[in-house]
Every structure is written in structure tokens, then in C-alpha cells.
Write a protein that binds this ligand. Structure first.
Ligand SMILES: [Zn+2]
Length: 505
């Protein structure tokens, strides 16, 4: 009799246990990483904007990325932050005030009134702050810029405050924007703003750019300092490939007294580079720089237009080949306890951008080997991945046929980098920037305003959702108790906020 009961009990228990495992496998079973914290900075409002029907930049890729990350339940392994928009004054820490002012007032309607010369077709860019076909003025442009820039600044400040060890903002990484000019689909350079934030506390920042295009905006911003070391891997062709800069011999200013001398590395590549060649170059170059420069923080721009099959790209990289760079930086930063800021960038085949950034998120949380390569069954927009099959790792290599990077080209790059490293010895000059008090004050105000808006949104949800609203009310109360209404904290984001996106009206 007793045995029967035991057997019955075991049967029940086995059944429950195995279905729990099945459920966990289906949901990715991702847990918070051990020994370090990862934060994800995102504001769903950034997904609302459109560059125009024919423009290759599709903000939609951010929605797909989020859908994959959450479909795999990876948000459970990270601290989620709803970022607030960056203040004009913060943006002006790098950008010229007249340019910031222009961005904040220009609309498709008033643009021609302000600049009648733009009525004629301008081509890719114009003398009016770089505005043109590449960087159009669309409705809500400044809000869009403020959202992605705010997320990068918040991410950097979480790293500085040691509330996070690896911070992700897939909406950022807009590396072409210049001090007073939009360029290459980029208006506000969130990377420069984030690095400025890091420089207040970190003596040496290493910036790494794996977008298929040269990271020219960031390079020029920090050209004359030894406190930021810029390394860009990109397709280089002076004549035909945007932006036409970043040759091997461009290593910083020439003047012997300029501290920025030798603090730039450009890795110019040709069409069709493979995973193996790219990984070899990345490991060799970044290995040499980290050994010699000893950065105190790393910023990695993960432009996904370096993947095979990108609408604007020309490399043969697979999702894992691209992710290799994120793995390298994650391993380095967790081993040596240095903060890592991971940003998005270019990427013009949205479903593959989403695959890459979801995979790279899994790398940062140490879950790359735990998640199922088959895409989650119950995720929004799953159908959009059908073309390559429902896998996280479609074959994107071999697309460009031949790899035009010869062994001799690669050896030449490696020799040049090793030669340059002879000049990078010992700690560079450390002069800490003073942060003006007003900047922190603006930030506090921005955070308060953002918190107030979130509360308003939640109140609307409560009115709308009935019983669900009660839950929302409870969680909001908990949050208020935790943070204090006027503590000026960035709100730790709730899942519902990620999923539902903005409520209009
Ligand atoms: Zn690019």
C-alpha cells in the first residue's frame, strides 16, 4: 500500500519535473550571470520614428531585437532601465549649440522656410548641417535622438556608479555624427557623449568599432587625446565606400607633442572577409592594445552591417563571427573587472541585426550556450525571420563569394599595429575632467520628469486594465517605497513597459 503511494508520488513528481525542464529549455532557462551585473537600457518610444519608406535605416530592427531578447527570456537575467531622453545641454557637451538648436526646432514643414536652398534636391548631404537624403529631417527627429542618446548616457553613468558591469544600449552606437553636422544616418553622437561620461571617472577608455563603416565621428572627437584609444575595423575604399576615411596609416595627429599621436588604429578591410580572418585580426589587434594601453573601460560599437547579407554591407561574417568580438570583450572585462558599454550601430537587414544583437546579449549574460538556436515559439513577429529559417544562426557567410583580403594584406595590418604599439607605453596622461554641477542638476530634473511620465502612463494603464491595474498599482507603490518619489532615480523598468511600448494620447 505504502509502496503504491510512493510510486504514485514519484510518477507525479517526475512528470512535473520534466515538464519544468521542457519549459525551461523552451524559455531558454537564462539566469542572471554570476559575479557581475548586466543592465539593458532602452526606451520603447525610440521605436516609433521613421526615416522614410525608401531609407535603409529601419528603426523596426530595434523592435525585432527586443522581441528576440524577450522571446528568449533574457531580460530576466539583466537589470532593465527605461532611459529618459537626453537634455539639450547634455547633447551640447559635445555638439555645437547652434546645431543642437537646429535639430531641436527643424521639422519637415519648417525646414524649407528656414533654408529655401534645400528646396532643390540636395543629394546625400547638404551644407545645412549635413541634412539630405542620408540624414533627412523627419517628424520627432530630436526626440528620437534624445532617446537613444539618453540611453547611452544612462548606461555609461550606471557603469561609472558601479551599479552595472556591462551595460547594453542597442538603440545607440551612431558613430558618424560630427560636432556640428549630421552624417551617415547619425545626428547625435551618443557614443561620444557616453565616453565623455566615462572619462569623468576612467582615465583611459578603449573604443572599438566593428561596424562595416569607419567610426569617423568618434575618432575625430577624440583625435587629440590619449585618454581615448579608437580602434575601427571597416571596409575601406577612399573613392566608393562611405565615409572614405580610415586607412591603415591614419593613426592620430602627426605633431610629436600632440598626446593623441598613435592613439588611433584603423583596420581597413576589403570585401568578403571571413569569420576566421576577422577573429584573427580582432584578437591580435585588441590583444596588443589592451596589453599596452591598459584601458580602464571599454566601449564596443556593434554595428551589424558587417554581417553577410547586409543591405549596405560587403563582408562574409556570420552571427557567431560577429559575436566573437563581444565574447572577447566580455571575457576581458569580466576577468579584469573593467566596465563594458555595448552599443548598436548600423545594420540594414533588420532580421539579421536582431539575431546578432540577441546572440550578443546572450554572450554578455553568459548564456550563449544555453539558449536554443531555434527561435522561441511564442515571440511577437516570429514570421519576419522565416526567410533564412527559424534559427538564430542562419548561414550568412559565402555571400560575397571570394574573400578579397589576402594573407599579405592581413600580415601588413598586424605588422603595422605591432610597430605602432612600441609608442604606447605606460599610463597616458591622466587629467580628470571636472563635471560641472549643472550637468548633474539637469540630469536629476530629466529623471524626475521621466519618472512622473511613467507614473502617468501607469495610472492610465490602471484605469484601462481593471484587475491588472491593481497589480500595476501595487508594483508602483513598491517602487515608490524603494526609490522615493523624488529620489531622482532612473526607474528600474518593468517587463510590461518593454512589451507594450508607448500608450499614445
Ligand atoms: Zn555602418
Amino acid at each position: 500500500m505504502a509502496q503504491d503511494i510512493v510510486e504514485e508520488y514519484n510518477h507525479q513528481s517526475t512528470f512535473t519535473y520534466s515538464s519544468k525542464i521542457e519549459d525551461e529549455i523552451r524559455n531558454g532557462a537564462v539566469e542572471k550571470p554570476k559575479g557581475y551585473r548586466v543592465s539593458w537600457h532602452h526606451n520603447p518610444d525610440v521605436e516609433r520614428y521613421h526615416f522614410g519608406q525608401l531609407h535603409p535605416m529601419k528603426v523596426w530592427r530595434l523592435t525585432l531585437t527586443k522581441s528576440l531578447i524577450m522571446g528568449y527570456q533574457m531580460h530576466n537575467a539583466m537589470d532593465l532601465y527605461s532611459s529618459r531622453p537626453a537634455y539639450k545641454e547634455e547633447i551640447a557637451r559635445f555638439h555645437k549649440e547652434d546645431y543642437v538648436e537646429f535639430l531641436s526646432v527643424a521639422t519637415p514643414k519648417n525646414l524649407i522656410e528656414m533654408y529655401p536652398e534645400l528646396a532643390q534636391s540636395t543629394g546625400f548631404s547638404s551644407s545645412v548641417y549635413g541634412v539630405g537624403d542620408d540624414c533627412p529631417i523627419f517628424d520627432g527627429l530630436f526626440e528620437y535622438c534624445s532617446f537613444y542618446a539618453g540611453a547611452s548616457i544612462d548606461a555609461a553613468s550606471k557603469l561609472v556608479n558601479q551599479q552595472s558591469d556591462i551595460a547594453l544600449n542597442w538603440t545607440g552606437g551612431l558613430h558618424h555624427a560630427k560636432k556640428g553636422e549630421a552624417s551617415g544616418f547619425c545626428y547625435v553622437n551618443d557614443i561620444v557623449l557616453a565616453i565623455i561620461e566615462l572619462l569623468a571617472y576612467h582615465p583611459r577608455v578603449l573604443y572599438i568599432d566593428i561596424d562595416v563603416h569607419h567610426g569617423d565621428g568618434v575618432e575625430s572627437a577624440f583625435w587629440s587625446t590619449d585618454r581615448v584609444f579608437c580602434v575601427s575595423f571597416h571596409k575601406y575604399d577612399k573613392e566608393v565606400f562611405f565615409p572614405g576615411t580610415g586607412p591603415l596609416d591614419s593613426t592620430g595627429p602627426h605633431h610629436p607633442d600632440n598626446p593623441g599621436r598613435n592613439h588611433t588604429i584603423n583596420v581597413p578591410l576589403n570585401d568578403g572577409i571571413t569569420d576566421a580572418d576577422y577573429a584573427y585580426l580582432f584578437d591580435t589587434v585588441i590583444g596588443a592594445v589592451t596589453r599596452n594601453y591598459d584601458p580602464s573601460a571599454i566601449v564596443l560599437q556593434c554595428g551589424a552591417d558587417s554581417l553577410g547579407h547586409d543591405r549596405l554591407g560587403c563582408f562574409n561574417l556570420n552571427i557567431k563571427g560577429h559575436g566573437h568580438c563581444v565574447q572577447y570583450c566580455t571575457d576581458y572585462c569580466t576577468k579584469f573587472k573593467k566596465p563594458l558599454l555595448v552599443l548598436g550601430g548600423g545594420g540594414y537587414t533588420p532580421r539579421n541585426v536582431a539575431r546578432a544583437w540577441a546572440h550578443e546579449t546572450s554572450i554578455t549574460i553568459g548564456a550563449a550556450n544555453k539558449i536554443d538556436p531555434d527561435l522561441p515559439e511564442d515571440m511577437p513577429y516570429r514570421e519576419h525571420f522565416r526567410r533564412e529559417g527559424m534559427t538564430l544562426f542562419p548561414n550568412l557567410g559565402g555571400w560575397k563569394g571570394q574573400n578579397l583580403n589576402t594573407r599579405a594584406d592581413i600580415d601588413k595590418i598586424v605588422r603595422s599595429v605591432h610597430e605602432q604599439m612600441r609608442y604606447i607605453r605606460g599610463a597616458p596622461s591622466v587629467q580628470m575632467n571636472y563635471i560641472p554641477k549643472e550637468v548633474n542638476q539637469w540630469r536629476e530634473e530629466a529623471e524626475k520628469e521621466h519618472q512622473a511620465r511613467r507614473m502617468e502612463r501607469e495610472e492610465r494603464m490602471e484605469e484601462r486594465d481593471g484587475a491588472g491595474g491593481l497589480l500595476a498599482l501595487k508594483s508602483r507603490r513598491r517602487e515608490l517605497e524603494k526609490n522615493g518619489l523624488f529620489a531622482g532615480n532612473m526607474g528600474n523598468m518593468k517587463t510590461s513597459e518593454f512589451m507594450t511600448g508607448p500608450i499614445s494620447g
